[in-house]
Design a protein around this ligand. Structure first.
Ligand code: AMP
Length: 442
């Protein structure tokens, strides 16, 4: 199967070719014809499956096919939970649409509003946005959504987790009733199902096997170690095995900062990326990591969500996540696009319950290792997990994340402290709230 067999027009095929893709991924094979047909779509797919091209390519084709003379109107609206994902999707729209005459722009919270207003005013075909800022601009009449023909909700489960449901409902109210709706979600909770039922009309359903649940390509192992020895073991594993490009997950922002500092002191270049970091700090860290200059990126779950870091050789769970499903998301960062990856978890006595939960979820026992010199104390007593947030949506830290993309996103507020998107959603419901933008053109 080739992209041309999917019925895409020459301009899009050229753009796809320029990206170096030869074969459509399973979600693309299914989603592209379904979207070209004009019907609604419910797709179960997470980052790494090629979902973005799966909806962007046919969306652009439909927009180009139906292009009318006159002032540009927003005809496609893509909502994403985070600014990072928004910027990433915006970049795909710009890349795939480079041979078409469509204009697109990305808006998200946490940076100044005026440059976004200025960018929208002359007219756009595609708007990619996080819900909060979009609603702010729509309520101030800077954005007209009355001509939207295609609505995409990307990572809808994440949007609900982050408390955006009220904003989404308000946005739906100002869209024309007749439109094509595409809903992408990694998971299907009752809440998502309810949203799908309300939103979608006889949707085509696509389910792509979640990447790495079977994890043939990911070598997963558990290192049993004492709580206090984790940092030392991590430094040892990185140095001894000569690991480069290591993505390390911690449970808390504070833990991420501390670990990055400590590794740096041991001459292992490391930076932390999380919701409290400024946009410019995240951009810098991500760019250095992607280019291979930065050996270790320490991230919280939320910060790593949606990051397009492909073919990562090593993922380390410095601490196991409280939500077993996040383990699958975390190790999904490695072994992407057919390359082999290694996922290592450092597990102390406090985390045995969490480990059991993960093994139950992935339906397999993970290999347990003990590194010589780091043997755990068999008499160690478990302690409650410090700063542990219990469930999705509970506690802080589920909100902040940012896409650092210096090339295409003009972060007007770079240097500003990044606001938690979910916090913004809450504030907005209380009547305050502000968000921001970056800009981009197709
Ligand atoms: P996504 O799931 O949309 O975040 O895409 C994951 C990664 O796969 C991105 O780095 C894309 O550039 C890449 N990708 C998307 N489609 C293809 C394809 N057909 N062949 C190879 N790589 C692809």
């Amino acid at each position: 199967m080739t992209f041309s067999e999917l019925g895409l027009r020459a301009e899009l095929l050229r753009a796809v070719e320029a990206q170096g893709y030869t074969t459509p991924t399973p979600i693309q094979r299914q989603a592209i014809p379904a979207v070209l047909n004009g019907g609604d779509l419910l797709a179960s797919a997470q980052t790494g499956t090629g979902k973005t091209a799966g909806f962007t390519l046919p969306m652009l084709q439909r927009l180009a096919d139906g292009k009318r003379p006159g002032k540009r109107q927003i005809r496609a609206l893509v909502l994403t939970p985070t600014r990072e994902l928004a910027a990433q999707v915006g970049e795909s729209v710009a890349d795939y649409g480079r041979h078409l005459t469509l204009k697109s722009h990305v808006i998200f919270g946490g940076v100044g509003q005026q440059p976004q207003v200025d960018a929208i005013r002359p007219g756009l075909d595609v708007l990619v946005a996080t819900p909060g800022r979009l609603l702010d601009l729509q309520q101030q009449k800077h954005v007209d959504l009355s001509q939207v023909e295609i609505l995409v909700l990307d990572e809808a489960d994440r949007m609900l987790d982050m408390g955006f449901i009220h904003d989404i409902k308000k946005i739906l109210k100002v869209l024309p009733p007749k439109r094509q709706n595409l809903l992408f979600s990694a998971t299907f909770s009752d809440e998502i199902q309810a949203l799908a039922n309300k939103l979608l009309d006889r949707p085509a359903m696509i389910e792509v096997a979640r990447r790495n649940t079977t994890a043939e390509l990911v070598d997963q192992a558990i290192y049993r170690v004492d709580r206090e020895k984790k940092r030392e073991l991590l430094a040892h594993l990185i140095t001894e095995n000569d690991w480069h490009q290591v993505l390390v997950f911690t449970r808390t922002k504070h833990g991420a900062n501390r670990l990055a500092e400590q590794l740096s002191k041991q001459e292992i270049p490391a930076m932390a990326i999380h919701g409290n970091k400024s946009q410019s700090a995240r951009t810098k860290a991500l760019a250095a990591f992607k280019s291979g200059d930065l050996q270790v990126l320490v991230a919280t779950d939320i910060a790593a969500r949606g990051l397009d870091i492909s073919e990562l050789p090593h993922v380390v769970n410095f601490e196991l996540p409280n939500v077993a499903e996040d383990y699958v998301h975390r190790i999904g960062r490695t072994g992407r696009a057919g390359s082999e990856g290694q996922a290592v978890s450092l597990v102390c006595v406090d985390e045995h319950g969490l480990l059991k939960g993960i093994e139950r979820l992935i339906k397999r026992d993970l290999e347990k290792r003990i590194e010589p010199g780091f043997e755990p104390d068999p008499n160690a007593k478990p302690e409650p997990i410090e700063n542990g947030r219990n469930r999705r949506g509970g506690g802080g830290g589920r909100g902040g994340q940012g896409r650092g993309n210096g090339a295409q996103t003009r972060g007007q507020g770079s240097g500003q402290r990044r606001d938690d998107e979910r916090g913004q959603a809450r504030r907005r419901r209380r009547g305050g709230g502000n968000s921001g933008g970056g800009r981009q053109q197709a």
